[in-house]
Write a protein that binds this ligand. Structure first.
Ligand code: AMP
Length: 433
C-alpha cells in the first residue's frame, strides 16, 4: 500500500489526511482498514505509536460519511472506550482532525470534571463518543446516555483497562449495546484474560498484529547508569546539562516522587512540569501544554499518567526509577520513538533495582550498555546525546490473519522479535547473552 487513495476512503477524508500530512498508511492502517471497511470485527495487537487510532478512526469516519444518519438524542453511532482521560482526549482529537470536512459530532466523557457539559453534549446525540469506562457507566446509570443505537464499539488499550480494574464496567457497557454492531478491539498484549474477553465480544475477527511489544526497544538507544539512590536527583540534573536533551520525559514510580523530582529540577534551573493521578484535569492539561510548547524541558510522570500521551519529538526518556513491571519499560521508552522518530532512553539503577533491570533485559532480549556512576567509581563519559548517524528504524512487520475468536489462544502475548540482534547492533545496544 503506497498511499491512502487505494483504500477507497471518502474524498473529504482524503483531504483531511493530506492536511494532517499523513501520506502513507502505517502497517497497522494498511492491514486493518480494508477489513474494517468490509464490516469485519478486528482484533488488533498494537501499541500506541503505531498509528492505531487512525486505523480505526478512518474506516469509522468513512462509514459515517457514506451512511449519513442523525443520531438520536442521548445516543451515539460509534462508542470508543479508552482507559485514561488523556488517551480519550487524543482519540477524540484524531476523529475531529480526520473528520473535519465531514462535520461529524464528537464528544469525550471522562471522570474528574463536572457532569454538566458532558450531559449537554450527550443530549444532542453524537456520531462519535469517546469515554473512559467509569464516567460512561455513571451516565448510563443516570440514563443520560443510551447505547441502543451504537453501530461501532472500539475498545482501546484493553490490557491497560484490565490493569486499571475496568473489566466490570466494560461488561456493563457491552450489556447495553445492541447485538448487531461492529467491534474493534486493540491491546498491546494478549494474556489469557484479554483473549477471553475478545472471545466473548468479537464475532469471527480478523486478527492484525504489528510491532511486538519488545520491538520498540530496538529503535531507541538505551543505556543504564548505576548510581546510589540518594545521588539520583543530582545525576538527573547533570544529564540535563546536555543541550540535546531538549524534551525529556522523566518517569518515577510514585506520584509523590514525581513532585519531588520536579521540584528538584526546578530548583536546579531546569524548567519542569509533573503529571500524575493526583493532579486535577486542568493541571494535567497545563503541564502537557507547557511540555508540548517547549516551555518546559522535563515532564516528570508516573506510568499511568503517561500512558497513551502523544507528544512528538521527545528526545529522551529517563527512568528515574525502573518500573516494577518489565513491559512498562518498553511502553516508557516508546514515548521517544513515536511515528518513526528516534530517541535515547537512560535508566538510573540503584542496587535495589538490579533484579528489575534483569527482567527488562530478559523481556527486550538486550543487554543494556551501562556506566557505573556510583561514588568512588571512575566517572565514565555518559554520552547521552542522540546517536543519529548510527540509528535507523526498522520497518515494523505487520501480519494479518483471519481467526475465529475461539482461536485467540489464551496466554499468548505479542510475539517477541525473532532476531533483535541486527537492530540492536545498529543502536549500539549489546544483544543479551
Ligand atoms: P497512535 O499509534 O494512534 O497513537 O499514533 C501515533 C502517531 O502517529 C500520532 O502522532 C499520529 O498523528 C501519527 N500517525 C498516525 N498515522 C500516521 C500516518 N499514516 N502518517 C503519519 N503519521 C501518522
Amino acid at each position: 500500500m503506497h498511499d491512502f487513495t487505494g483504500l477507497g476512503l471518502a474524498a473529504p477524508i482524503l483531504s483531511s489526511l493530506a492536511r494532517a500530512n499523513y501520506s502513507r498508511p502505517t502497517p497497522i492502517q494498511a492491514q486493518a482498514i480494508p477489513s474494517i471497511l468490509a464490516g469485519r470485527d478486528v482484533l488488533g495487537i498494537a501499541q500506541t505509536g503505531t498509528g492505531k487510532t487512525a486505523a480505526f478512526a478512518l474506516p469509522i469516519l468513512h462509514h459515517l460519511a457514506t451512511r449519513p444518519r442523525r443520531p438520536e438524542r442521548g445516543t451515539c453511532r460509534c462508542l470508543v472506550v479508552s482507559p485514561t482521560r488523556e488517551l480519550a482526549s487524543q482519540i477524540a482529537e484524531t476523529f475531529r482532525t480526520l473528520g473535519e470536512d465531514l462535520g461529524v459530532s464528537v464528544a469525550v466523557v471522562f471522570g474528574g470534571v463536572s457532569h454538566g457539559p458532558q450531559i449537554k453534549a450527550l443530549a444532542r446525540g453524537l456520531d462519535v463518543l469517546v469515554a473512559t469506562p467509569g464516567r460512561l457507566v455513571d451516565h448510563l446509570d443516570a440514563r443520560v446516555a443510551r447505547l441502543g443505537g451504537t453501530e461501532f464499539l472500539v475498545l482501546d488499550e484493553v490490557d491497560q483497562m484490565l490493569d486499571l480494574g475496568f473489566v466490570k464496567p466494560i461488561r456493563r457497557i457491552v450489556g447495553d449495546l445492541p447485538s448487531r454492531r461492529q467491534n474493534l478491539f486493540f491491546s498491546a498484549t494478549m494474556p489469557r484474560e484479554i483473549a477471553k474477553l475478545a472471545e466473548d465480544l468479537l464475532r469471527d475477527p480478523v486478527e492484525v498484529s504489528v510491532t511486538p511489544v519488545a520491538k520498540t526497544a530496538d529503535r531507541v538507544s538505551q543505556q543504564v547508569l548505576f548510581v546510589e539512590t540518594h545521588r539520583k536527583r543530582d545525576l538527573l540534573v547533570e544529564l540535563f546539562g546536555d543541550a540535546e536533551m531538549s524534551r525529556a520525559i522523566v518517569f518515577t514510580r510514585t506520584k509523590h516522587g514525581a513532585d519531588k523530582v520536579m521540584r528538584h529540577l526546578e530548583s536546579a534551573g531546569v524548567a519542569a512540569a509533573a503529571i500524575h493521578g493526583n493532579k486535577s484535569q486542568s493541571q494535567r492539561e497545563r503541564s502537557l501544554a507547557a511540555f508540548r510548547s517547549g516551555a518546559v524541558r522535563a515532564l516528570v510522570a508516573t506510568d499511568i499518567a503517561a500512558r497513551g500521551i502523544d507528544i512528538d519529538r521527545v528526545t529522551h526518556v529517563v527512568n528515574f526509577e525502573l518500573p516494577e513491571v518489565a513491559e512498562a519499560y518498553v511502553h516508557r521508552i516508546g514515548r521517544t520513538a513515536r511515528a518513526g522518530s528516534e530517541g535515547v532512553a537512560i535508566s538510573l539503577c540503584d542496587d535495589g533495582e538490579r533484579d528489575l533491570l534483569r527482567n527488562i533485559e530478559k523481556l527486550t532480549r538486550l543487554r543494556l550498555p551501562s556506566h557505573d556512576r556510583r561514588t568512588g567509581e571512575a566517572a565514565a563519559p555518559i554520552g547521552v546525546s542522540r546517536q543519529r548517524r548510527e540509528m535507523s528504524r526498522p520497518e515494523p512487520r505487520a501480519e494479518t490473519r483471519t481467526a475465529r475468536a475461539a482461536s485467540a489462544k489464551p496466554g499468548r502475548t505479542a510475539p517477541a522479535p525473532a532476531r533483535p540482534r541486527p537492530a540492536a547492533a545498529r543502536n549500539g545496544n549489546a544483544p543479551a547473552r
